[in-house]
Design a protein around this ligand. Structure first.
Ligand SMILES: [Zn+2]
Length: 280
């Protein structure tokens, strides 16, 4: 585990510095752990609905640094400093956001770049920072943030037809959306002019660039056929959308029944997110 090794190194370095053998070692002792924000975001979405305190592979060594900092500020009990970004950590992080003056979606318990940088002051440095950009961009006339807009443009470019949005983000106008569109990163795509194959190909394109995307049908709710898409790792996710990322990660449908994903195998895509997609 990365954090264990760093602690051992730091302990040895302090000893070396104390006996005055090396200023190089003394400098190393001051080096702070590096926290990968992408990994913390991943755990903050995947972990909260878990029935146990299971860890998300690749994320726990980063989460535990965040939890140590929350514990040091008196916002998280020592017993919850475990590398699992569960509901206790969500609550503690939301309290940290409120202590900075944030409210509403800004205090959703999911790290944003400003609150996480502030939390890390003197404790850890950040790498792979994720930002939403402006919250008042539009795509096809619907409100989205800059990150979501870039993702939609990339998916659109993979298709020979155009994406038409029927609902954007930061809106609670549609009660059948159950709060999933209240925050950022969430859109509905109209599919009325698409063939069945085109609908699935659109799902695949959206998944390829880092959306959790599902083709919804009228038998599932009081809605017409459409695609509901949630941008994985958007720091502005509402809690209902955040929980859909958990479902998507585990191959479920993101609905109240948490049934298996009904997307045909040929149209599925490896779980990813926008920043990771850009590196591949
Ligand atoms: Zn939707």
């Amino acid at each position: 585990m990365g954090w264990t090794r760093r602690r051992v190194l730091a302990r040895g370095a302090v000893t070396a510095a104390a006996v005055g053998t090396s200023t190089v070692f003394a400098t190393e002792a001051l080096a702070l752990p590096v926290v990968d924000m992408e990994m913390v975001l991943l755990a903050s979405q995947v972990d909260p609905p878990k029935a146990d305190t299971g860890l998300t592979p690749g994320a726990s060594s980063h989460v535990i640094e965040v939890e140590r900092a929350l514990n040091a500020k008196g916002l998280l009990t020592s017993g919850a400093v475990d590398g699992h970004y569960g509901t206790s950590t969500i609550s503690a992080y939301a309290a940290w956001q409120r202590s900075l003056g944030y409210t509403g979606i800004d205090a959703n318990g999911i790290p944003g770049p400003t609150s996480l940088t502030s939390l890390g002051s003197g404790r850890f440095t950040l790498t792979r920072t994720v930002s939403t950009g402006s919250r008042t961009d539009t795509y096809g006339g619907q409100r989205v943030n800059t990150r979501t807009r870039s993702m939609l443009a990339a998916a659109d470019a993979m298709l020979s037809w155009s994406l038409v949005l029927s609902q954007g983000s930061y809106t609670s106008a549609n009660p059948s959306s159950a709060g999933t569109h209240d925050g950022g990163g969430v859109v509905d795509i109209s599919v009325t002019s698409m063939t069945t194959t085109q609908r699935w190909e659109t799902v695949r394109a959206l998944r390829t660039v880092g959306f959790a995307a599902w083709l919804r049908n009228p038998s599932q709710g009081s809605w017409p056929y459409h695609i509901h898409a949630v941008a994985v790792s958007d720091p502005d996710l509402a809690s209902a959308a955040r929980n859909q990322i958990h479902d998507y990660y585990f191959g479920k449908n993101g609905l109240a029944n948490h049934a298996p994903d009904d997307t045909p195998t040929a149209y599925r895509s490896t779980f990813t997110w926008w920043e990771k997609h850009l590196r591949t």
